[in-house]
Design a protein around this ligand. Structure first.
Ligand code: NAP
Length: 246
């Protein structure tokens, strides 16, 4: 499988969980992957486990100038960027009335502004080369809402509007922008829920299980690869059937 041969991909939040699975999947498909996280050690360790010319980079996606610098470095070290996966994300859950200003700012700055920072930084190059794939990792919560997650749901719903607008702007230049909205996936982000809650949740999922990071990575590879040439501005829900809209 070398469908992404010689292509250069940036994956944010690649040191663990869904991002690590995406980085692994893209590298297996032949891409050279820049693994990005705030922690350099985790990013480098992730890259060390990949095929091709993978490298780890420390970057806080909420920091606009750090993102511009990151793109410059990746282009110098790996080459022009073909694929951007905005996966880095955080939660700061609390009911609305108890949510602190910083809980709002941290989540919006990482999940939404982070995607804007990097999309803007890669867009010009992709437009010039008349090709590129941008894949943003949202959440079903951005489509349905969720108690205790007004900040997180707003960031993920914002990502959908952002992606559709960017898809419209970039389509004529051959740059495709799509969203993957995962349901409940087994990672550190969801690990703090107890076994009882997890099995109750699994019971509500038509496919009968919590998702694995690999379930998301395969869909991202499809969106990044040659089998997906006529889709842009779309939201692919990958949640075991948990949310079905008519
Ligand atoms: P995770 O296990 O908590 O991993 C988060 C990753 O993002 C880590 O690599 C972390 O590394 C990085 N990160 C966090 N803040 C960052 C920042 N400001 N700049 C750069 N990197 C940053 O999360 P996950 O469960 O794999 O989730 C990945 C994405 O999927 C997120 O966008 C999440 O909202 C979304 N999602 C997850 C689920 C789920 O059930 N797990 C469901 C729907 C959507 P550092 O800490 O070193 O920065």
């Amino acid at each position: 499988m070398a469908e992404l041969k010689q292509q250069v991909a940036i994956v944010t939040g690649a040191s663990r969980g869904i991002g690590l699975a995406i980085a692994t999947e893209l590298s297996r498909a032949g891409a050279h992957v820049a693994c990005v996280a705030r922690g350099l050690e985790g990013a480098v360790a992730a890259a060390a486990g990949l095929r091709g010319e993978a490298r780890g980079y420390a970057c806080d996606v909420a920091d606009s100038s750090a993102c511009t610098e990151l793109v410059k470095r990746v282009e110098e070290e790996l080459g022009p960027i073909d694929i951007l996966v905005n996966n880095a994300g955080v939660t700061r859950d609390n009911v609305l009335v108890r949510l602190k200003d910083e809980d709002w700012t941290t989540v919006l700055d990482t999940n939404l502004r982070g995607a804007f920072n990097l999309t803007r930084a890669v867009a010009r190059g992709m437009m010039k080369r008349r090709s590129g794939r941008i894949i943003n990792i949202a959440s079903v919560v951005g489509l349905t809402g969720n108690r205790g997650q007004t900040n997180y749901a707003a960031s993920k719903a914002g990502l959908v509007g952002f992606s559709k607008s960017a898809a419209l702007e970039l389509a004529s230049r051959g740059v495709l922008v799509n969203v993957v909205a995962p349901g409940f996936i087994d990672t550190d982000m969801t690990a703090e829920l107890g076994e009882d809650t997890r099995s109750e949740l699994a019971d509500q999922i038509p496919l009968g299980r919590i998702g694995s990071p690999g379930d998301i990575a395969g869909v991202v590879r499809f969106l990044a690869g040659p089998d997906s040439t006529y889709m842009t501005g779309q939201v692919l829900v990958v949640d075991g059937g948990m949310v079905m809209h008519g």
